[in-house]
Design a protein around this ligand. Structure first.
Ligand SMILES: *[C@@H]1O[C@H](CO)[C@@H](O)[C@H](O)[C@H]1NC(C)=O
Ligand SMILES: *[C@@H]1O[C@H](CO)[C@@H](O)[C@H](O)[C@H]1NC(C)=O
Ligand SMILES: *[C@@H]1O[C@H](CO)[C@@H](O)[C@H](O)[C@H]1NC(C)=O
Ligand SMILES: *[C@@H]1O[C@H](CO)[C@@H](O)[C@H](O)[C@H]1NC(C)=O
Length: 342
């Protein structure tokens, strides 16, 4: 058995601790990775006898993709020094489903030809922590989950025809809004988009309306176009923390979106609480410049059936104190179980 397996197990345990609802990692994968290797395997890698279609080649100081025998469907090549992929690297495994290339030295110019688009069953492609400057492609239409985080990506290629692409992770890159707007338009199945830690100054136009989760935190966004979020009738989780939002850049009903369950506006420059829909459950406003608490931001009218569903509200790191909270607040925030003030 291969020593490279130990760090993998740690990664499996680490991945499972995530608390975010739409985030998934490797834990939907069979975990019995110990034991003798199946004979159908590259000699330097490990293919668990109990799950012989997976080939683990993590942490082997590999400089290129090893020979991949027919029958392998899940290929792990993490933490190596792979700096190129030949056109024929996967010629014997065109039915590969997962290809995990995190923590390598890949650059766009050294990924040859249509190496990915030939993989007609590919569902997951992860190239996190590499040296990419643009997205990779062309990509196969079967793709569901694309992860290209922690690269230096400033350009996105075409994602045309990727009808099943559901998850895109692009955090920690160098993307600006124009690159994003043009590329993602046609993705009809896109539910999860993480664009945090990029260089976005304006909300991108043309994002797919199918989104459930949109992370745009840690960018440089200073305003929300009028009615921008109205189009997203399924949006549940929205993060805009660590941006440059001030009251003047947030039109009155920007966040009054009835599908929204969680809204993170922490670490901005807001002086008043933006109005939200009664259905919102978690609202993060810590570290802004809030001066007053207005119940009308949560409940326009009060009645037996008309109240805010807020459970958690964070207001710490502002100029609001416990004593400045209005006494009638709980008539609106009836089901709140945690309100954090300074
Ligand atoms: C694919 O299989 C053929 C026949 O066994 C072999 O010669 C070739 O080297 C294999 N290609 C790769 C990239 O593993
Ligand atoms: C690739 O990225 C690593 C880490 O970011 C960096 O140290 C290295 O210089 C880069 N290599 C090239 C060829 O850009
Ligand atoms: C998209 O996913 C559906 C459901 O899993 C599948 O039947 C279909 O073949 C996929 N489309 C492509 C182009 O892979
Ligand atoms: C949010 O918008 C709805 C109409 O879509 C309106 O009825 C409601 O009063 C608004 N909520 C607040 C708190 O203003």
């Amino acid at each position: 058995m291969n020593l490279g397996v130990f760090p993998l197990l740690l990664a499996l345990i680490g991945g499972a601790s995530s608390t975010y609802p739409d985030y998934y990692d490797y834990y939907d994968f069979p975990q019995s990775i110990y034991g003798r290797s199946s004979p159908n395997c590259a000699p330097e890698c490990n293919c668990p006898e109990s799950y012989p279609t997976a080939m683990y080649c993590d942490e082997l100081k590999l400089k290129s993709v090893p020979m991949v025998p027919p029958g392998i469907k899940y290929l792990y090549l993490r933490n190596n020094q792979i700096d190129h992929i030949d056109e024929k690297a996967f010629e014997n495994v065109t039915d590969l489903q997962w290809l995990i290339l995190d923590h390598n030295l890949l650059e766009n110019s050294k990924i040859k030809g249509r190496v990915f688009s030939k993989l007609k069953q590919l569902k997951k492609l992860h190239i996190n922590y590499n040296n990419l400057t643009e997205s990779v492609g062309p990509l196969p239409k079967s793709l569901v989950d694309l992860q290209l985080t922690h690269n230096k990506i400033s350009k996105l290629g075409s994602f045309d025809g990727l009808v099943n692409l559901t998850f895109i992770h692009l955090q920690h890159n160098q993307l600006k809004e124009d690159a994003v707007s043009a590329a993602l338009k046609g993705l009809k199945s896109l539910e999860y988009l993480d664009l945090s830690f990029n260089q976005i100054t304006k909300l991108p136009s043309g994002l797919p309306v199918s989104l459930l989760t949109l992370y745009l935190d840690n960018n440089k966004i200073s305003n929300i176009p009028d009615e921008y979020f109205k189009r997203f009738s399924a949006l549940q989780y929205l993060r805009l923390s660590h941006n440059e939002l001030a009251d003047s850049g947030v039109p009155g009903n920007s966040f009054n979106v009835s599908s929204l369950l969680e809204l993170d506006l922490s670490y901005n420059k807001l002086k008043s609480i933006p109005t939200v829909n009664e259905n919102l459950e978690n609202y993060y406003l810590e570290v802004n410049e809030l001066e007053k608490f207005d119940v009308k931001s949560f409940c326009k009218i009060l009645g037996p059936l008309s109240y805010s569903k807020i459970k958690h509200l964070r207001l710490d790191g502002n100029h609001i104190t416990q004593t400045s909270l209005p006494p009638d607040m709980y008539e609106c925030l009836r089901v709140a179980n945690e309100i954090t003030v300074n």
